[in-house]
Design a protein around this ligand. Sequence first.
Ligand code: ARG
Length: 673
Amino acid sequence: MNILVELRARFRQALAGLVDDPAGLLDLIRPAQDARFGDYQANVAMPLAKQLGKAPRDVAAEIVQRLEVSDLCDPPEVAGPGFINLRLRDDWLASQLSGALLDPRLGVATVDQPATFVLDYSSPNVAKPMHVGHIRSTVIGDSLSRILRFLGHRVISDNHLGDWGTQFGMIIYGYKHFRDDEAFARAPVQELSRLYKLVSQLVDYQQIRRTLPDLRARVVQREQTLAEQQSLYDSADPAEQKRLAKRLRSLQSQVSEARAEVAAAEQKLAAVEQSPLLSPLALAHPEIGTAVLQETAKLHADDPENVRLWHDFLPACRDEIQRLYTRLDIHFDYEYGESFYHQRLGDVVTQFRDRGLARVSEGAVCVFLDGFDAPMIIQKSDGAYLYATTDLATIDFRMQNFQPDAIFYVVDHRQKEHFDKLFAAARLWGYDRVDLRHISFGTVLGEDGKPYKTRAGDTVGLEGLLDEAVRRAYAVVAANDDGKPDGPELDDTQRRHIAEVVGHAAIKYADLCQNRTSDYEFSYDKMVALEGNTATYMQYSYARTQSIFAKGDVDVTALRAEAAKAWGSAPNASRSEAENPIHLDHPTERALGLQVLRLSEAIGEAVVDYRPNLLTGYLFDLAKRFSEFYQQCKVLKAESEPQRLSRLLLCDLAGRAIRLGLELLGIRTVEKM
Ligand code: ARG
């Protein structure tokens, strides 16, 4: 049961006699911040009193009088200006916990009205090295798909691979002019990736050479404006100066920005010109930018040679990506990718034009959208289609094939404008009832606060990242095992297996525990720490529950079944607290039991705005509650047999809640650590 939802339903009834529309007030019923005031707190009386023109405490008293919660709460208390404090009954908590003993869902119900979700996540551009940003999309998308499925929704996951974009023009050009056959035979993806980098560097070079004069002119122009403004400022009176200061500062930063751009451009040019390898290539391929576009255009126009090369390259590129998915336990229902839609793009443009939704402007086919400065281009003047055109075709396909209620795109925040326009265009097109949503996320930063990169300046490859996390996890696991009071208990094979699970989990969790819309700083040390809000700590807590059973030689499955049977066979009416196998006598037992029961609430909160970090936050609290309980309550050496049983059952429930929560994040557990 979702306790919060249940309490809100009870309040809705109580409030129904007092206000016409209680729904708006129900958000004011929340878990209590401070356990001394109970488990939940309702702050509805204050705003309601204003509405009714009565004293808040009187209104609170009236609500309490109407409220029917005696089956689950102690008598509610009115405190301060009119807070209503609710404390769940211990026997009710205990009976809920006993009721969950045999329930693999631990009391989490499925939704009444399942919906169909298409989830578009991961979606890397193949043949370009994948980088750390792709982890965020992959991991957040995977977790959301697990959570929504668990809640009973129909989820269709589709990896919208970038397998048709301009990077193929680069690779094809590179392959035709610069390939190393031996290297390609040995490690095709590595060679393609080298070619990609080489060609994009040469394309950049030519592009920068062309734009550098403009960039320099801009510096001069901005410096001039600044100088003018500065002299205006210098001769102004203090009041006027105050007014001008802001503009002056903004001009100053514009000048530094323009200078920095020139410096960066010059650096890139120098890097090519001073390289004995690159400079002759740059000289020999002055038109490489146009040539690359032509290679892409030829591929898209079914040129036999380019299509053959594309078919040659693709399997190896996909295998490479698949290796990562296998390591990370990521699965998709579909991986159509951009190439799947290319035959449909012409039809999209025709439909938009025929229905007057798009028109030609400066040679390009444009969709003009309210509220945007620039139109969305769906076909360039040279006939080429764009990322946006493919995305429109994809929406159309998904709507026809899956009839979804929602399509979610788990993509970084820099694509906000693309999706805003895409959704607006799709609505124009008639897809105005589906919930199109950009599940946006922030950038992964290095310790210098800039986008995470290795020292060589390459964005970190994912494989290397996972290897490093596993290496560090191994060190943590080994140190922990070596430090055990009775000596180490794991052999090297076990340690390696655990390190693998822990390392991958650390990477995923580090991402999921962040507020997804913020940037976050990547740190190996923090992510594998045994203490704190890390997967390692959760996995460790779970393993600890299992080690209790191992140490006490407890067959927990049998124990659970027996307890549930005894409890379940007692007829409802005659059930008394004494018959309940679970007792919440110690405050840490109660706190742990309550936290276990709040899993449902945490999952519910996580899908309000699709934020897995609300689930990681829950798990962190759960692990803390477990650790407090374990410090203060003897389990195997409990004072009586019933107490031992009750505590073992609590450990079992806590362990299962941790495991289930982690599963919903795509994270595995180990029995020993
Ligand atoms: N391939 C794109 C990239 O790496 C992301 C695609 C996201 N999905 C989509 N339907 N546009 O930036």
